[in-house]
Design a protein. Structure first.
Length: 68
């Protein structure tokens, strides 16, 4: 994900290379807050398991929203 694409409320998946262990139970979440320089953003992501983690923009990938 590019820094300028990282918007609050966007659904994202944590890239495998950014996960702390071989398996991270919750690798999908929602961007809650942006930090730092707009060209190189850090993001608070509320993962689906309820935990809040900080990631760099390049550690995340956007996931498509389902149409309801």
């Amino acid at each position: 994900m590019r820094s300028e694409e990282a918007c609050i409320g966007k659904r994202v998946r944590v890239r495998e290379s950014a996960r702390p262990g071989p398996t991270l139970s919750a690798s999908v979440g929602t961007i809650e807050r942006r930090w730092g320089d707009p060209s190189y953003t850090a993001l608070d992501v509320l993962l689906d398991d309820g935990s809040l983690r900080l990631y760099w923009h390049h550690e995340l990938e956007e996931i498509a929203q389902r149409a309801y």
